[in-house]
Design a protein around this ligand. Structure first.
Ligand SMILES: Cc1cc2nc3c(=O)[nH]c(=O)nc-3n(C[C@H](O)[C@H](O)[C@H](O)COP(=O)(O)OP(=O)(O)OC[C@H]3O[C@@H](n4cnc5c(N)ncnc54)[C@H](O)[C@@H]3O)c2cc1C
Length: 481
């Protein structure tokens, strides 16, 4: 028989102690959602079942104890670290879930500058780790816009990516080894070695699991030497996204690795660069590393862009200044809430990827359909911010006024309706519906289409590693599946 809320709380207290099992109603409410439902939450509307408790774990053994208890008693566990999720991954979809918060596991365990790797507990903030490394002349190379809030557990769990990915890669290229707790396997460690060919790469069972297979307790990532004095900033205005995609492709297929390669359309560009690029698309590059490489990469990009007449170079200082303020500042959260409440205008995003051969078509068709089919838009734009040898991503950005509906209708009327258009068109064209924010709970409806015939591998993983169905149910795989 299922345990009552009171019984769950009693058992959790036995494992971690009373002071670390939180049952305050306001905390439980706020812990039932993430930024996906922020419009509702700002209006005091909380539609997900409140968790029975938030458990603040402080070491791997406690995580193991809590997960074992949950597995034995069929209690749904939602792992959490930085609480910056945007796709509903933190929503407590089932009654009497427990949110297991690892942000107290915040020790930097080891920085090994000889073997070029750093080991940290899951609750270490990326900002803290990277600041510490930079003081010593190193960097993780990872810089998502949410760097001030996001923590290593969540960053690995979501397959996150940062602004310098074109040089350093996504988190999947950075993770060396891991420690995690599986419901049916207890504490599991994957050792830190430069490469292995001893069967499949099982790190990838853990990276990107979004808390739906296991709880990540410790992470070892590569570190890189940091030479900010060599950074070169390049910026251009241009007329057409198609030209921008061609330039990005030419840079990538010729083997150049700028750390940043970004292309903004007119609308998105006007939001960021109205002071120098009104009515224009904007193309941005940063090159970095040791000086000969940074300079040679910048020179090659200048030469490539020079072959396109419509591109006009802008003062590199404008780009450098813009970058310095790009990261999200959590201090603005209150201001953001106040503005949304006052104006009823809210911004949301959807990010996808596609090969070079289809990306421009996806961009065009999505922009056209969203513009034609969705009411009350105040801005609709897109940018590409992560490029690869064979393609790039698109990050659609949309602001809309929420009018003529209740707060709880905002998602279906606007955000999910827009997401559906973008996901449908991307999958139809052969791209991926999800570039870096994770599937969460709101892209699960398209997960079978995303995977096609390989979906059985994903379902088998879930059944094998979470046989009792207690890990973040409704995330990646829909509840009813
Ligand atoms: C303003 C803003 C900008 C952003 N910019 C970027 C960006 O540039 N690049 C990018 O990739 N993302 C970005 N994000 C999304 C988000 O920051 C990332 O997904 C980030 O990796 C989440 O980390 P977190 O520690 O906050 O995780 P949380 O929000 O706590 O959790 C995210 C997911 O991971 C799971 N999880 C958390 N901790 C663990 C754990 N220890 N073990 C297992 N599962 C766990 C959760 O259950 C949830 O499903 C942005 C978000 C915001 C709000």
């Amino acid at each position: 028989m299922a345990l009552s809320r009171e019984q769950i709380v009693e058992e959790l207290i036995k494992i971690v102690g009373e002071d670390r099992v939180v049952t305050d109603e306001q905390v439980l409410k706020e812990s039932s959602v993430d930024r996906f439902r922020r419009f509702e939450a700002y209006h005091g509307v909380f539609r997900m079942p409140f968790p029975a408790a938030v458990v603040n774990v402080q070491n791997t053994e406690e995580v193991e104890g809590v997960i074992r208890f949950a597995n034995d008693n069929g209690v749904n566990v939602v792992p959490r670290t930085g609480h910056s999720a945007t796709e509903g991954g933190l929503e407590t979809a089932l009654q009497n879930s427990i949110v297991v918060d690892g942000s107290g596991m915040n020790k930097i365990v080891n920085i090994d500058t000889y073997n070029m790797q750093a080991t940290v507990q899951c609750g270490v903030s990326l900002q803290e780790l990277d600041d510490r490394l930079r003081e010593e002349g190193y960097t993780t190379g990872h810089s998502p816009q949410s760097k001030p809030l996001a923590q290593l557990g969540g960053l690995v769990a979501t397959r996150s990516i940062g602004q310098f990915s074109t040089l350093y890669g996504g988190i999947e290229d950075m993770v060396v080894g891991l420690e995690a707790v599986f419901p049916n396997g207890g504490i599991t460690r994957i050792k830190n070695v430069p490469r292995r060919a001893a069967g499949p790469d099982i790190r990838h069972v853990i990276i990107g699991n979004e808390g739906a297979l296991c709880y990540i307790t410790e992470v070892t990532v590569k570190i890189f030497k940091y030479f900010p004095e060599n950074n070169r900033f390049l910026g251009y205005t241009l007329d057409h996204m198609k030209t921008g995609f061609e330039i990005l492709r030419e840079v990538m297929v010729n083997g150049y690795r700028p750390s940043v390669a970004r292309l903004y359309d007119v609308e998105d560009g006007s939001y960021h660069f109205s002071h120098f690029a009104e009515g224009k698309c904007v193309l941005i590059f940063v090159t970095e590393g040791v000086k000969p490489i940074a300079d040679a990469t910048a020179a090659a990009i200048e030469e490539i862009v020079g072959g396109y007449d419509e591109c006009e170079q802008v003062d590199p200082k404008l780009i450098e200044r813009w970058f310095a303020h790009l990261n999200w500042d959590p201090a603005n959260l209150v201001a953001e809430k106040n503005e949304i409440m006052e104006t009823k205008n809210i911004c949301n995003t959807t990010e996808i990827s596609g090969n070079w051969g289809i990306i421009h078509e996806i961009y065009e068709v999505c922009m056209q359909r969203v513009r034609n089919e969705i009411p009350d838009l105040t801005l609709l734009g897109a940018h590409s911010s992560h490029s690869y040898l064979n393609g790039t991503n698109l990050y659609f950005v949309y602001f809309y006024n929420v009018v003529d509906c209740r707060p709880e209708e905002e998602l279906t009327k606007y955000h999910l309706a827009i997401k559906k258009i973008i996901v449908d068109e991307t999958i139809k064209a052969g791209g991926s519906m999800c570039h870096h924010h994770g599937v969460g709970k709101h892209r699960t409806q398209w997960i079978e289409k995303e995977y096609g015939s390989s979906y059985f591998i994903l379902r088998t993983l879930k059944k094998a590693f979470d046989p009792n169905g207690i890990m973040n149910m409704g995330t990646i795989i829909p509840l009813e599946d």
